[in-house]
Design a protein around this ligand. Structure first.
Ligand code: ADP
Length: 611
């Protein structure tokens, strides 16, 4: 989980909000309070001085009226009054009296008695004398040290009825008032700091009650993202966050259900895709493979999971013929022939476009079928029809020409007519044989013909068939039997196996040269018997050994026809042996000639069972 930086957290922001609110509140209260306090303290200070001035004012006025003609006496008396007054007011720096002309009559400052008799220069005094008003002001007094203190300067007229007799001028040290205000301000700042520290601590604790459930939900969301739905958010109360937590829990349940459903669907889909025999490829809208099932990988022979992300036209190996856009417009299935020299392999692909209702193309789905077998069957059917037509046309053409010759008058010719009739007779027989063979094969193909099996002593059965051939054979050919004396009992369809042996032995007879030998073998194994018929004839070329069991296959077409063969004998034999659960194959003999071998299932029945 990505760790959230503390100063970016909601908790930090909440604490900051508390702190800023406290700060603003304290600032506003402080500013107002300090201003009020300052005004009040100033007023108290000034009142304490001016209240006691009434008496001085009265005393000075009396002295001025009494000693108006004796200025030396007046100055002495005034000095006495001022010194007294100054002694009782500790904050007073100096108090002076001036007459109505602005001349200084006295000062309380004993060190500065030199100014007595001089003219007062202060503007405040001038205004008081000329207007009869009381004036005051606060100045910053320079001192020798560079720093300065604030002083309060006050001047008030001394009046006798409406006449202005002079003025009282005083300077008082008001700095103490401001020092008091500063002290209060400091207390205020300290108080604010303490309040902020307490607020910060409380803020952290209080905001945790809000952020803890949120952090819980955040963890839950991360857990959900990792697929863990078992976690639940704790509901702390019935407030908005509590409700949010409850909705979050029900959301988790819903997501879990939806996820389970999607997962189920996904599993269903993937097992359907995996178990279907067709190959399926899905692409995105750019043609990149996003899904390919195992049958498709096998059909296209691409390594497992290597096709994902590749372009479909590369995976199908059709990039040289098509663009991805062509596949989207392709309505007919695409046949892809991947046959090699020794293995036929044909695939067919059907494409369909995945499209939204809006027409937006999401991708393409290709379904692949392996149609090699179907193609082979089709090809075989085409070959079969053309072979049958050919096989029938040859005897028909020859019969046609002989009959035409007879019709044209050859019937009158006593020598030719019987010969011509014999040829047409032979051709008719060959055609009957062919049609019979075809019917047999067709019955076996459709599986319509049930095998009519019975238990037979195969040694007797085999010898009997060989005897029959031995009677008809040419003298120049010798038969050799390698057949055990004891009975070999197996369950077969006698007629059909007889047909198989007839076909094989008559081939050996047909293809044996004069003086040749045909050998018959019967071998018994644990679970099968093997029958072999070996001749010393032309032999079958190596590459055709497998083909001789195919319908109408002949190594030498002209020769075979000449000998009356239909090209179906070994094909019928193969079908019959297959029906009995055996195998059949041809081998080239080491010296010369051919051996045809086949097996039949055999089980060594106990004697008493048989009896
Ligand atoms: P056919 O009626 O032409 O003999 P078969 O199906 O019996 O048809 O045999 C198929 C072909 O196999 C023959 O045309 C022949 O070329 C070859 N063949 C079969 N048996 C032998 C054999 N014993 N020796 C040589 N060639 C054989």
């Amino acid at each position: 989980m990505h760790k959230l930086k503390f100063f970016k957290s909601v908790q930090f922001r909440l604490v900051m909000i508390y702190l800023l609110l406290i700060l603003v509140a304290m600032q506003v209260i402080g500013a107002y309070f300090v201003r009020e306090l300052e005004g009040q303290l100033e007023k108290n200070f000034q009142d304490s001085i001016t209240n006691s001035l009434t008496l001085l004012d009265y005393s000075v006025k009396e002295e001025m009226l009494k000693n108006s003609d004796n200025s030396a006496q007046l100055q002495t008396n005034i000095r006495g009054l001022l010194v007294d007054y100054a002694r009782n007011n500790t904050n007073l720096i100096e108090v002076r009296i001036v007459d109505d002309k602005g001349k200084i009559l006295g000062t309380s400052n004993m060190d500065n008695q030199g100014v007595v008799g001089q003219k007062a220069t202060d503007n405040l005094i001038k205004r008081t004398l000329s207007l009869g008003t009381t004036e005051d002001n606060i100045y910053l007094e320079d001192n020798d040290n560079g720093g300065g203190k604030r002083v309060w300067v006050y001047s008030t007229p001394i009046k006798n009825k409406d006449d202005i007799l002079g003025a009282i001028y005083l300077v008082a040290d008001i700095e103490t008032v401001y020092e008091q205000v500063d002290d209060v301000t400091n207390i205020f700042i300290t108080g604010t700091l303490i309040a902020m520290i307490i607020t910060a601590i409380l803020g952290i604790l209080l905001s945790r009650t809000i952020t803890k459930p949120i952090i819980d939900m955040k963890r839950q969301a991360y857990a959900m993202a990792r697929g863990n739905y078992t976690r639940k958010v704790k509901v702390y109360g019935q407030d908005e966050i509590g409700e949010l937590a409850e909705s979050f829990n029900s959301l988790t349940k819903r997501v879990q259900e939806a996820q389970a459903m999607t997962e189920g669907e996904r599993r269903k889909l993937s097992s359907v895709l995996a178990f279907m025999t067709d190959g399926v490829i899905a692409t995105d809208r750019r043609g990149k493979v996003i899904l390919i099932n195992t049958p498709a990988e096998k059909m296209l022979r691409v390594p497992h999971e290597s096709a994902n992300g590749k372009s479909i036209i590369e995976v199908l190996d059709i990039a040289d013929q098509f663009e991805f856009e062509d596949l989207m417009e392709m309505e007919e299935p695409l046949t892809m022939d991947r046959s090699t020299f020794d293995e036929p392999y044909v695939l067919r692909a059907n494409f369909s476009v995945i499209q939204r209702e809006t027409g937006f193309v999401n991708g393409v789905i290709a379904v692949l079928h392996d149609i090699t077998d179907q193609e082979k069957v089709d090809q075989e059917r085409r070959d079969f029809v053309s072979n049958v037509s050919h096989e029938l046309r040859t005897p028909l053409t020859s019969m046609h020409s002989y009959l035409e010759a007879l019709n044209d008058g050859a019937w009158r010719d006593e020598d030719l007519a019987p010969k011509f009739l014999e040829v047409t007779h032979n051709e008719t027989e060959r055609m009957i044989r062919l049609v019979n063979d075809l019917l047999k094969l067709s019955r076996m193909d459709g599986g319509r013909e049930q095998l009519d099996k019975s238990f037979v002593n195969f040694t007797d059965f085999f010898n009997h068939i060989i005897d029959r051939f031995e009677m008809m054979k040419k003298d120049s050919i010798t038969f050799k039997r390698y057949i055990p004396r004891e009975p070999v009992i197996i369950e077969i369809d006698e007629d059909k196996i007889m047909q198989v042996l007839d076909n094989i032995i008559s081939n050996s007879n047909k293809y044996s040269p004069d003086g040749g030998q045909i050998s018959f073998y019967l071998k018994k194994f644990e679970d099968e018997i093997e029958i072999s018929i070996s001749d010393q004839g032309l032999g079958i070329p190596e590459e055709d050994l497998g083909n001789v069991f195919e319908r109408f296959f002949r190594v030498d077409k002209a020769r075979s026809r000449e000998m009356g063969g239909t090209g179906l004998g070994l094909a019928i034999a193969a079908e019959v042996i297959k029906g009995h659960g055996g195998r059949i194959w041809a081998e080239r003999n080491q010296d010369k000639g051919t051996t045809i071998r086949f097996t039949l299932p055999y089980s060594d029945l106990p004697e008493d069972d048989w009896e």
